[in-house]
Design a protein around this ligand. Structure first.
Ligand code: FEO
Ligand code: CA
Ligand code: CA
Ligand code: CA
Length: 637
């Protein structure tokens, strides 16, 4: 029963009830304080936020939109100070209907250039200095560390095996090494030497172009009629023989026949780029139009590293970590000193990856960063018997040869997904955070959901068809189960940690430790953090579909309380919960409330919440929240 369960867990807080309303809630005995939100001052010379007179120039100095990842970097650098540090925060995307008066969610064509430029400036990243005093955490005004990184004007360098390759060159950058901006920065991670890794996730949504000519087969269609339809769309004569090759001779109504048109069509189509972008940036900026700048999209989809302690440092897109819809990337130093990076590709049926450096981590920060350019990328194959194989993505090995269109390691990295397809990696239910537990040494992966998985596609590691609630797996390096250390090994094992959903509803097929309460179950795990004791704190994105607000749930990972999740925090309506991040002493948990009020029918004028200001005329603002225990102490104690 519930009492036994509470005793079984080392987490002592009183559980928060499930719910769904216009504000945030935290477990009794804890304080949640809004630290910074969209439009607040970041740079010393930022103007005060005026939601009715927004400009791109102001936005580029103010806190961006949709905060996701949060990293805490102690001050002074190299210390474990837990009351003074830097927060490095991603701004993943923008919600035009909540930012601009009179603009609906689909009103891209109505957006002015200034609105588009505001969106580009509201993407990227912020670095702020924060300090804890008698009144809790506050942003340090006028900090010398304060920084905004944007899509519009932060210059970055492409490094590693793909840097400089012809497929990364453009008219504006014949070197193939200089790129402006980063986009859709979802989650991230910290390196052992105190730099940030920020992920470029859904980069495809910003680009447009004639990638493929597509025809949906209708009743009565013949190879001739399809050839005619495709000819019109492709702008050239398409032959019947071509159609027969594309359809393999089978013409079935409802099926789509796709003809590659763009020189990068095979690559771009694999990442979902179409002529129907999510944003109207190409209307005003040619580089997002792939008919005009064919290679620009190859310069996105990477992990970006930068030094938060140096506001002038140039961010580096580290191509050795592969090109995909990176959720984030997390690191651990292997028992032999090599750097390990885990990363997930967040889309249905995509893969889990890890990178192993060739060199070892040292005390030299510049040399350490260079480790990210030199190593081997692997992709995970999870077998039914519980074994896990890491398959190397190395040019010239197995199918990764010129015969399959891979002329070099650069090609393997630019088309990481296609390379992983050919190796036979395991398609997962949307890999979000993949993160090593620093206490146990095992690696957790949040698989957020996959409603498209059919019965025939179910496997042991993705065991539910039409997976609405997602699951969490644990990947275990060889050696001592409790304190595994060899992350460079190619042979791991894996286990299901939990299957999310409501355990009281048999139709969900959920699985936790016995005794999870009516409030303790969760849906759609996305990000995670580990506290000092190695307990897992999971944040969710999509729980409203299951009737509850997104929020934070925590569990032990060992002992009786393993996978006994308990509800700690919940967001206002329409929000997802991101960025869980502990101070080194685990007395503060920072969380990011992303897209509050993002619900059907909710707009700038009539939002479903005005959190956190609750002022007429002010729409909801994504914001970062600092959670502390009233009276002090470790979170969860
Ligand atoms: Fe941006 Fe995978 O969530
Ligand atoms: Ca996410
Ligand atoms: Ca994390
Ligand atoms: Ca998500």
């Amino acid at each position: 029963g519930a009492l036994a369960a509470t005793q079984a867990s080392t987490l002592a807080f009183k559980e928060l009830p499930h719910g769904y309303d216009e504000t945030m809630h935290v477990a009794e005995g804890y304080d949640a304080k809004v630290l910074i939100g969209w439009g607040d001052k970041v740079l010393a010379d930022a103007p005060a936020f005026d939601v009715d007179a927004q400009t791109a120039a102001a936005q580029a100095k103010q806190f961006g939109y949709n905060n996701d990842y949060i990293g805490y970097f102690p001050l002074p650098q190299g210390s474990t100070t837990s009351d003074h540090g830097l927060l490095a925060i991603n701004h993943e995307y923008t919600d035009r209907q909540l930012m601009f008066k009179g603009i609906g969610p689909d009103d891209i064509a109505a957006q002015t250039k200034e609105m588009i430029d505001i969106e580009m400036a509201a993407h990227g990243h912020s670095v702020i200095e924060v300090k804890k005093g008698a009144d809790g955490w506050n942003v340090v005004d006028g900090s010398k560390y304060a920084r905004r990184i944007t899509t519009s004007d932060t210059e970055m360098e492409l490094t590693g095996p793909a840097a400089g390759h012809a497929r990364l060159q453009t008219a504006a950058d014949p070197s193939g090494r200089k790129v402006v901006g980063t986009v859709n920065n979802c989650a991230g991670g910290e390196t052992p030497w105190g730099t940030v890794l920020i992920a470029e996730e859904n980069f495809h949504g910003y680009f447009t172009g004639k990638i493929q000519a597509v025809h949906e087969v209708k009743d009565g269609d013949t190879a001739e009629s399809i050839a005619k339809a495709l000819s019109e769309k492709a702008g050239r004569a398409v032959t019947v023989a071509e159609v027969e090759k594309l359809t393999k001779g089978k013409i079935e109504a409802g099926k789509k026949v796709k003809l590659n048109v763009h020189p990068e069509a095979r690559n771009y189509a694999r990442y979902g780029i179409t002529d129907e972008p999510w944003y109207g940036w190409a209307n005003f900026h040619d580089r997002f139009d792939l008919d005009k700048v064919p290679n620009e999209a190859n310069r996105f989809g990477w992990m970006v590293e930068f030094d938060p302690y140096d506001p002038t440092s140039m961010p580096k897109k580290r191509t050795a970590l592969g090109r995909m819809k990176h959720e984030g990337a997390t690191t651990i130093v292997n028992n032999d000193g090599r750097l390990i990076v885990y990363t997930g590709d967040d889309e249905r049926f995509e893969y889990i990856y890890k990178f192993v450096s060739n060199g070892k981590v040292s005390n030299d920060r510049a040399a350490n960063s260079a480790l990210l350019d030199d190593g081997t990328l692997f992709v995970a194959k999870l077998e039914a018997d519980g074994s896990l194989l890491w398959l190397p993505l190395v040019h010239g090995t197995g199918p990764l040869t010129a015969e399959n269109g891979f002329d070099s390691q650069a090609d393997v990295l630019i088309e990481t997904r296609r390379a992983a397809d050919l190796l036979g990696a395991t398609p997962m239910d949307r890999p979000e955070d993949v993160e090593p537990n620093p206490v146990t040494g095992t690696v957790f992966a949040n698989l957020t959901n996959n409603t498209k998985r059919k019965d025939a596609q179910v496997d042991k590691a993705n065991p539910r068809p039409a997976n609405e609630h997602g699951h969490v797996i644990e990947m275990i390096p060889p050696g001592d189960r409790g304190r595994a250390k060899n992350h460079a090994a190619q042979d791991f094992t894996w286990e299901i940690f939990l299957l999310a959903g409501n355990p009281a509803d048999a139709a969900h097929g959920a699985q936790y430790a016995e005794g999870v309460t009516a409030n303790g179950w969760l849906s759609c795990p996305d990000n995670m953090a580990f506290d000092k004791q190695g307990r897992i704190w999971i944040t969710t994105d999509g729980a409203p579909k299951a009737g509850l607000a997104d929020g934070v749930w925590a569990a032990d990972v060992e002992g009786h309380g393993r996978a006994l999740t308990r509800h700690f925090f919940r967001t206002p309506v329409g929000a997802e919960m991101c960025g869980p991040c502990f101070t080194p002493d685990s007395t503060t948990l920072f969380v990011a409330v992303q897209h509050p009020g993002d619900e059907k029918g909710s707009t700038f004028d009539t939002p479903t919440t005005r959190w956190p200001d609750f002022k007429d005329g002010m729409p909801p603002r994504p914001a970062v929240v600092a959670i502390t225990k009233i009276g002090g102490g470790e979170i969860g104690s």
